[in-house]
Design a protein around this ligand. Sequence first.
Ligand code: SF4
Length: 361
Amino acid sequence: MKKKARLFDKLEENKVRCHVCANECVILPDKVGICRTRKNLEGELYTLIYGSMISSGSLDPIEKKPLYNFWPGATAYSIASIGCSFKCQNCQNWSISQANPTDNGKKGFYDLKGYEDRGMSLVEMTPEQLVKKVIKSGAKTLAYTYNEPLIWHEWILDTTSLLKKENIKTILVTNGYSTLEATKELIDVGIDAANIDIKSMSDEFYKTICGVKSVQPVLDTAKRFKSHGIHVEITNLIIPDLNDSDDEIGTLSKWITENLGEDTPVHFSAYHPDFKQPSLKRTPFETLDRAYEIAKKEGIKYVYVGNLSHEKGGNTYCPNCNHLILGRSGYSFTKIDISESKTCPNCQYDLSKDIKGEIKR
Ligand code: SF4
């Protein structure tokens, strides 16, 4: 659905500059930005995906986002659109993130042909219709996920403000490549939680693998979200030979403890070859186990391992006495051993500041 965009400047010769993400595209008349979802029409910027979703929503365990310390065990009503501000060579959702539709002006504003060819078509909703669906589902949280939500800025602001009135928590699963202006609007509207993907600490990685300039905007977004009370968890997908050295993992872990705090959970996730396959190898268990130990040694209290079975990496332990608080197998609990007030039953350590929301027992 087409809607006038927020956060753009008008430039000479009917060009515009978009400030929704840190690409800050300068867009010529009749052209779209890097994400392909924002178009310059006669010197005004429009989002083309307002209320446009790849389905009417699905119900996922919140652990799938992944969020392990925010409303553990909750169901996340999950919605996604198309497009992305990155062009990651390893994208696992490339069929939606890198879809390349064209505007033919016949089937409404947006030509869906590119998606129908892949067995998809977009569902369109108003914010009110979405909220009704979420309420009916019984989910207490909603996640903007699967494609990059930051490019869905206007839709996120409008839906989050309505969802807040219904006491439904909102979650961004994001690459974090935001601008100061967009981040401020997301904080002001009251986003509750974010899983931010820090893909590497190296600009070179962001340039060659993701097609953007630098990691810095991602780090800035994580810091701003965290300092304004948004619950933040970090994901780091480890790709063999590209970002798997002790040095890379240590630098990331140190940055997290020094800038976000040792209470910020980190998820090390296994890569498998997909899309343009920047590595042909899968991430071995030993690499993830090594990452787990490095992050623990660096002082991160909650370290997790994803996309691969790891004895400790799915569990939440008391950071004071190492008592098993939440045992998991996949996305399900195998054990819950924490008091209603979220103290450790073994040492009475208070986990309430680190584990947010209700634990679904
Ligand atoms: S959202 Fe980002 S990628 Fe899309 S047009 Fe705006 S600055 Fe460019």
